[in-house]
Design a protein around this ligand. Sequence first.
Ligand code: IPE
Ligand code: IPE
Ligand code: MG
Length: 238
Amino acid sequence: MNDAKERLPGHIAIIMDGNGTWAKKRGLPRNFGHRKGVQTLINTVKYCQQIGIEYLTVFAFSTENWSRPKEEVDYLMKLPEQFLESYRQTMRDNGVKLRVIGRKDNLGEKLLQKIIEVERETMNNSNINFTIAFNYGGKDEILNATKHIAMALKEDKIKLNDINEKLFYDYLYTKDLPVVDLLIRTSNQIRISNFLLWQIAYSELYFTDVLWPDFRRRDLDKAIDEYKNRNRRFGGLK
Ligand code: IPE
Ligand code: IPE
Ligand code: MG
């Protein structure tokens, strides 16, 4: 394995931001930006696969996004169903393993069904692990893990001293994914907005002012190039 490949981020996470701004700049309704963003996402998965990224996790809807106008929330709730349906054959053909992480208790029955179907269909794929964080919140994830750990403790399934970082990780929605190497956020917003919290403790952060619908291969290349030149120290000296 050459040096460059070795330094490729194994797990890239993306906060896909700026769809609304993109639409507004063109005098279009915000939902047009969301639709355009889906195309960018499909291209991004394909490109990540081409260059050998093993894990790609994207933020599509946060637990806070429910506070948007009903029309926009309704649209954002419909999008993944359409996306999964139109993209499922491609995922099957290209060996994409899909996971959807986040709260499931307040999602529509049809969407839940579709998620289960496509996750099942792609579970043995191994080309790229593509995870969509939908109705996801980092704080919600940590609270959910804490409740389940408390329950396990109460039911004597674990002991107090069993609770360590490794055990805690096993209770997160991302238990089957490694921690994030490179976190990218588009649209010039320099914040995390409750995305993966535990998993980004030692991630390299990369912010760009490119709006998500405009994000192209060269933009990902730039982020990865910068990542390769970062000095990851994990608290040590290197
Ligand atoms: C990101 O784009 C998509 C979601 C949050 C669902 P935005 O809709 O947040 O776009 P801006 O930030 O308003 O431009
Ligand atoms: C974060 O973007 C959520 C997603 C990209 C899905 P937001 O647009 O919701 O974040 P804030 O409100 O600007 O922090
Ligand atoms: Mg935004």
